[in-house]
Ligand binder design. Sequence first.
Ligand code: SAM
Length: 259
Amino acid sequence: MTDCKLGTLYGVSLGPGDPELITRRAWNLLSGKAHWTYPVRKKNSDSYALNIVLRGGFNLPEAHTPLHFPMTHDSAILAQYWLQAAKTVLTRLQQGEDVLFLVEGDASTYSTFGHLQRTLRALQADIPVEVTPGVSSFHAAAALCGEPLADVDDTIAIIPAGYGIEQIERLLLDFDTLVLLKVKPLLDDVIDLLRRLDLLQQACFLEKAGAPEERMVRDIASLYGQKVNYLSLLIVKNPHRQRAAMQRGCRKKPETNNE
Ligand SMILES: C[S@@+](CC[C@H](N)C(=O)[O-])C[C@H]1O[C@@H](n2cnc3c(N)ncnc32)[C@H](O)[C@@H]1O
């Protein structure tokens, strides 16, 4: 370790694909001198996060490093790659360099950034980390579908679809809006469920929201048997949900007797 001041790691949220949804704070960071890092699934493959920035008119600076995060559920393999990425970033931070990690959507929502931050802090606890919040995929999707995610007393659940059909059916009883992320492997089963619950008309599918290849599908039964991209989600509303009673107004404070 050197004595020089540590650099800061910035988790830079870029929104789901449209560069116009990059916040001003993220834009300012990108315009500075920090070293850029960004996730790639395979060595030399494209980075979705980096492409958002390039579409926004930025040039890739010389000071950049792709970080490899493979698509696997094997936690031992993943841990190895997180460690490798954290060590790469740590070397720069210890030399006093600021490092940006480019994040698709919002950095606090199911993001690789969380793994990077945790692994880095396990290596060195005092590393300064800042997160710039961003527009999540489902906020952008709701806007594109033209439906609010929630009104007045509505309830929302946001889950990875991998919890399975039983859980999805249960949540539809309790929530007015259900957002299913990572829906790709279960899409046909979800369509069957929504048909059974008479909710097919209440769903909106978004793929690569904000990117040039964006696709919005309202007739979700038409997606049955189709291959969809990993970057896709489903928003389902349940107008049939039975609500419990709500408590309204200011509750009276219990009287105190301190005179
Ligand atoms: C690892 S999570 C990342 C979430 C992201 N950090 C966010 O704030 O939206 C990946 C899942 O988010 C959803 N997702 C991310 N970007 C998307 C996009 N541009 N269009 C549609 N869904 C997207 C998909 O469900 C995808 O499987």
